[in-house]
Design a protein around this ligand. Structure first.
Ligand code: V47
Length: 382
């Protein structure tokens, strides 16, 4: 097994790290040394730039046929008192409210349960209606698991599903549903939804159609370090083939209100270690997102020195993590995100979903600062 100095040399000469290197990095006792190496790669790619966007989450239904043991959001029966399915008007109303409040967003992130009773039209109309309200909105919608489910349920190929969704307004699939690819783990935590090859195939098809997408890994439950490394290397292999992934998002397991609630969830050190290892192994995926909703705001801010260059967005109405016990707020004002990034010694950049710059420098200052101390900290930007 390679020593840390040998791996550091490989990273500095831009050599691809092996499976054994990944496992050795997970075992390296010196977290700060690991973080500093990941930070070298982060700064080589992005300097101090740290991205965020203005977005809204819509989880249109929590009715779900799958029984993932880590999930606190899904309800198996439409008759369950906690089950809900939004009408299209209700879902569209979420965007209308933002437009009416003059609180603009550039992206809607849509993730739903695998609802056995909804017609395909529900999904295409959902997208088309949102585009009618705001034609410029980027619709990051339906995980690979949902797309695979549509293909099976409606007797269509993956490509036909993606084409129909794209015609209705889909811009990119989000990265959810990947969990951990290893069959040992999938069998125990999510054995009745798409497997690793099916998940990867949906992204492969999407990339070949010219769509970009994201990828995730749910960590901190029953998986081993070897299984995390294997997961990342499978993503890296697909990225070598297609180049379509934009960002990798490690998702920290939240143990409340689900079948795995006896597990403790990852510690802060495990979070930072996973970010650093991801930045070092996934040299070909440009961005690494510290999703503040589930990492917690303080760890997400710290992760900006352990490889991460993106904090996701303002988010609003997030339900999946909050039902699993996330203690973070459901929305963060852009001024607060900017303050966190600046306070970490990084340079905030507002992006759209495809990483085009929306605003930076003085242009970042929002019209409506929401707290006096934030307004003061923003003076630094101007
Ligand atoms: O697939 C479910 C995870 C994912 C829990 O693409 C849980 O930009 C932790 O994929 N504890 C959905 N995680 C969210 C997602 C995502 C989030 C942010 C940005 C992007 C992107 C994608 O949430 C699911 C699953 O892996 N999840 N339950 C839980 N208890």
């Amino acid at each position: 097994m390679s020593s840390f100095p040998e791996i550091r040399d490989k990273v500095r000469s831009a050599e691809t790290l092996s499976f054994e290197d990944g496992v050795a990095l997970y075992q390296h006792p010196n977290l700060m040394e690991l973080g500093a190496l990941a930070n070298e790669v982060r700064e080589r790619l992005h300097g101090d730039r740290t991205y965020f966007n203005r977005n809204l989450h819509i989880n249109a239904t929590n009715v779900c046929e799958a029984s993932c043991r880590f999930c606190s959001f899904a309800r198996l029966q439409p008759g369950d008192p906690a089950a809900y399915t939004m009408t299209l008007e209700e879902a569209w109303g979420r965007l209308r409210a933002r437009v009416a409040a003059n609180d603009p967003i550039t992206e809607i992130h849509i993730v739903n349960g695998l609802h056995p009773g909804l017609a395909f039209d529900y999904y295409t109309e959902l997208l088309a209606g949102l585009k009618r309200i705001q034609p410029s909105i980027h619709l990051k919608a339906f995980t690979a698991v949902e797309i695979f489910y549509f293909a099976k349920k409606f007797g269509m190929s993956i490509e036909a599903v993606l084409q129909a969704l794209r015609a209705a307004g889909l811009d990119s699939p989000p990265g959810g549903g990947a969990e951990i690819f290893a069959p040992r783990v999938r069998k125990k935590i999510c054995d009745d939804k798409s497997d690793a090859d099916e998940w990867l195939e949906v992204h492969r098809v999407a990339h070949k159609m010219g769509l970009r997408s994201n990828c995730t890994m749910l960590y901190g439950h029953i998986e081993t370090a070897e299984e995390r490394v294997d997961h990342m290397l499978r993503l890296r292999a697909l990225q070598d083939e297609t180049g379509g992934f934009q960002t990798f998002i490690p998702l920290a397991f939240h143990p409340d209100n689900n079948a795995l609630m006896k597990l403790p969830g990852p510690t802060g050190v495990e979070d930072l270690r996973t970010y650093a290892v991801a930045r070092l192994l996934l040299h070909n995926i440009p961005h690494l997102k510290a999703y503040w909703i589930m990492l917690g705001i303080k760890t997400a801010q710290t992760a900006l020195w352990f490889g991460a260059d993106d904090l996701d967005g303002t988010v609003q109405e997030e339900r999946i993590y909050h039902m699993a016990g996330a203690a973070t707020p459901q929305v963060m004002h852009p001024t607060e995100i900017i303050r966190l990034i600046q306070n970490a010694g990084r340079t905030p950049v507002e992006r759209d979903t495809l990483y085009n710059v929306v605003a930076e420098g003085a242009a970042l200052i929002p019209d409506k600062p929401f707290r006096r101390d934030v307004r003061r900290s923003l003076e630094v930007v101007s």
